[in-house]
Write a protein that binds this ligand. Structure first.
Ligand code: UD2
Length: 351
């Protein structure tokens, strides 16, 4: 399989046009405080245009109450055209599904510092300037941020003016000959700095690719114990087309009847402890694969997906948070917050 055609779309034989028939579920909750409240979601998609078609949900919140209003204030289920909650009650974050004023206030009161980890190894340092400049405009605006830049070329890290409460921490690390190994080793390096830095310095970690730019607000609405991002190529796809690792010999193996979503390798995070557990486990699994002479089909992304099958994220980010304009624009995306930067693979990889 060739991965040299683009970052996200058109790479993995992603979604073509497909009719996603009825994928449905009905959930009923009954609370009893004098009034019964039934909450029902019907999730179905019906489309002729594949990616473009909305994932529809009808939700009915009935009866009272003040409590529900409060719930909605933080966790607004106002969008009727997209799936906004998983079967295990994890919110799926889209524009219009949260109240940023309330969330910002809550996180400010907690004086939270967010760590953003990014790897710029070998030629990928060229992406840092745009990445950092746009992060200053859109990432966690009004909150304290530590940028953790892992690089083998500390002298090439650009000077970017940072706002108050935000700082850059350059972490020198080794490189590897193959780009796939660099990508995979990120799990090891992140887990290695848990004790030394992260646990003492930040509450949450957000782990992203560097060949990206922020294009709109990415704020505290993404924060949760453990979060992943729906891969832009698969957010409306059926399980059968998810490119999980299907070879049982790999530690990333996911049986064909398991898995909820296909997550992108380039945007995940959570509390420092949860990210530590995730990165350590994925790294260990990759080391077992290495010893057995097998490499998962999509490298760290395959291991991340395996992890999320058995450790369900407590929040999921919609493709607003990871998009590639090469895939075109979608009506369903009210915002394109974090976008792939086009790169010349031959010129940039393994260099
Ligand atoms: C996808 C995933 C990526 C990873 C990869 C595994 C997204 C948006 N991206 O990206 O997270 O799971 O598939 O196949 O979901 N890097 C360097 N120097 C190098 C090579 C890589 O610093 O020489 C770092 C850099 O931060 C880069 C990341 O590793 O952004 C992933 O590599 P990539 O962006 O080339 O991989 P890609 O686009 O296939």
């Amino acid at each position: 399989m060739d991965k040299d055609q683009g970052k996200t779309g058109g790479v993995k034989g992603y979604l073509t046009k497909r009719r996603l028939c009825v994928v449905g579920f009905i959930m009923l909750l009954f609370f009893s405080f004098g009034f019964g409240v039934g909450v029902g979601f019907v999730w179905y998609t019906s489309n002729d245009t594949g990616l473009d078609a909305p994932i529809k949900i009808s939700s009915t919140m009935s009866n009272n109450t003040q409590d529900l209003d409060d719930f909605h204030k933080v966790n607004l289920l106002r969008r009727s055209d997209v799936l906004t909650m998983t079967l295990w009650f994890a919110p799926i974050v889209w524009e219009g599904t949260y109240n940023s004023e309330i969330l910002n206030e809550q996180f400010r009161q907690r004086n939270v510092t967010v760590g953003l980890t990014v790897f710029a190894i070998k030629k990928y340092v060229v992406f840092l300037k745009k990445f950092l400049e746009t992060a200053e405009m859109y990432f966690m605006v009004g909150h304290r941020v530590n940028y953790y830049i892992f690089t083998d070329r500390p002298e090439e890290v650009p000077e970017v003016v940072l706002k108050e409460g935000r700082k850059k921490v350059v972490l020198p690390v080794q490189n590897y000959p193959r780009w796939q190994e660099i990508s995979m080793r990120r799990m090891e390096m992140i887990s290695n700095f848990f004790q030394q830095r992260f646990i003492n310095e930040v509450s949450y970690l957000v782990c992203v690719d560097v060949d990206m730019r922020f294009n709109d607000q990415v704020g505290v609405e993404i924060l949760s114990d453990l979060f992943g991002t729906l891969h832009p190529g698969f957010y409306a796809a059926e399980r059968q087309s998810f490119t999980y690792e299907h070879r049982p010999a790999s530690q990333a193996y996911v049986p064909s009847d398991e898995g909820d979503f296909y997550y992108a390798g380039g945007f995940f995070g959570g509390t420092v402890m949860e990210v530590y557990k995730l990165t350590k486990k994925c790294h260990e699994a990759m080391m077992v694969d290495k010893a057995n002479g097998i490499e998962a089909i999509w490298h760290d992304e395959s291991h991340l997906n395996k992890y999320f099958v058995y450790h369900k994220p407590t929040k999921i980010l919609s493709p607003e948070y990871l998009w590639d304009d090469d895939m075109g624009r979608r009506e369903i995306l009210k915002k394109r917050r974090f976008l792939a930067v086009r790169k010349n693979h031959a010129a940039i990889r393994n260099k």
